[in-house]
Design a protein. Sequence first.
Length: 445
Amino acid sequence: MRLSRYFLPVLKENPAEAQIASHRLMLRAGMIKQEAAGIYAWLPLGFKVLRRLEQIVHEEQQRAGHIPLLMPTLQSADLWRESGRYDAYGPEMLRFKDRHDREMLYGPTNEEMITDIFRAHVSSYKELPLTLYHIQWKFRDEVRPRFGVMRGREFLMKDGYNFDLTREDALHAYNRHMVSYLRTYERMGLTAIPMRADSGPIGGENTHEFLVLANTGESEVFYDAAVAELKLGDRQVDYDNREEVADICKEFTSVYARTDETHDEALFDQIPEERRRVGRGIEVGQIFYFGTKYSAAMGATVTAPDGTKVPVEMGSHGIGVSRLVGALIEANHDDKGIIWPEGVTPFHVGIVNLKQGDAATDTACEAIYGALRAAGFDPLYDDRDERAGAKFATMDLIGLPWRITVGPRGLAKNLVELTSRRTGESEEMTAEAAIARIAEIYAGV
RNA sequence: CGGAGCGUAGCGCAGCCUGGUAGCGCACCUGCUUCGGGAGCAGGGGGUCGGAGGUUCGAAUCCUCUCGCUCCGACCA
């Protein structure tokens, strides 16, 4: 993309309403625009990141064998009366009537609807196990939205639902989700720690929240420093292998890590003192096992091998996709702007033309831009007629992890500059070498 | 929902107390100069002062109502 033809409305000054770094930077980098309290338009740069996160979530869900579908944002109140949650949910649920006076709601989650879909089409244990998920906009009418997309009223969420015959099968689904989530967050360049949690209005006995450590997080967290060092890395996981999946879960959950809701001071005190950590975390996902809570209430049964009808065992699992954009920035920024991890960056590399209009510099930039695109990369070429300082400031603000700087001074020696946004370190090399380095960097992403 | 604030140009703000032709910085447009870390000079455009009532000769300013937004608290992916 050529910046001169893109839509990137960056702000030089800080918007008054933004209190935390991610909110401020998303507004300044032209990623979002607020349209109402807790409701945002996603401008091109923000939309790109959002789409990228969605893509990673889709890939990892499908790798784990889960099946995508798409349910509507609007739901009928009747479904929610069946589960008893229409009255239980409270004013957080946005309710309204259509022209025929039918009671509707903007879905805050989809347990009822997925159960309705399941019971309409599945009647035998032979069709299990089944895990369906979608990535869809939700609405929760928070009393007090704040922190930009981190706590909006409208938000994009991946929510998935497993259907199994037995408790053991459902617990395997639970474990499978935990592992797939670990991989999802790692690919995004995040350390998200699974912590034993409270089940809240979803209900259920088994639940973990995934928290990204950040001092602007909403939850107080207590953990053993060792848990933050755990990595899934590039190990290959067979998601159908119960033992393997369970072992990984054990590895990640046997080290102490809890939110204030489930914190146990006595257990915490058993951790060697030098490893005890108290901090804050941003919740970016949660998994639940809740058995037959919805299936029993809504009549989602299958015929078991012995001929009896049994309610299916279920769980649900969510990833706050839009909130992750904010969490990523909270975890990756400095005083100049955002620093995107390679896995989620909106553009792979920025090209800064230091002397727009200079024939040799323009030609060199065009060549690099063309070569990168031909190699399958998505570069952002700053071809605006701006001064170097302005171009650098924009690149730093929007946080592309790599920058190729091209100017007459370097070109005289046939060199360009490759700069890391994270370390600030620059290295002079030929344009070909810079392109090769970019290819190398992204080969593992 | 309790408490506290704020709505004046695209953004950040002053003006309001003490009523009298609406200002500043950034951004934007034109020209010249400049050109490796958010340039300088000169000129220019843009605002029914959130909305509705009221008081007054006269309201951004005073009064009433209303809408929106933000912050602290309780609540939450």
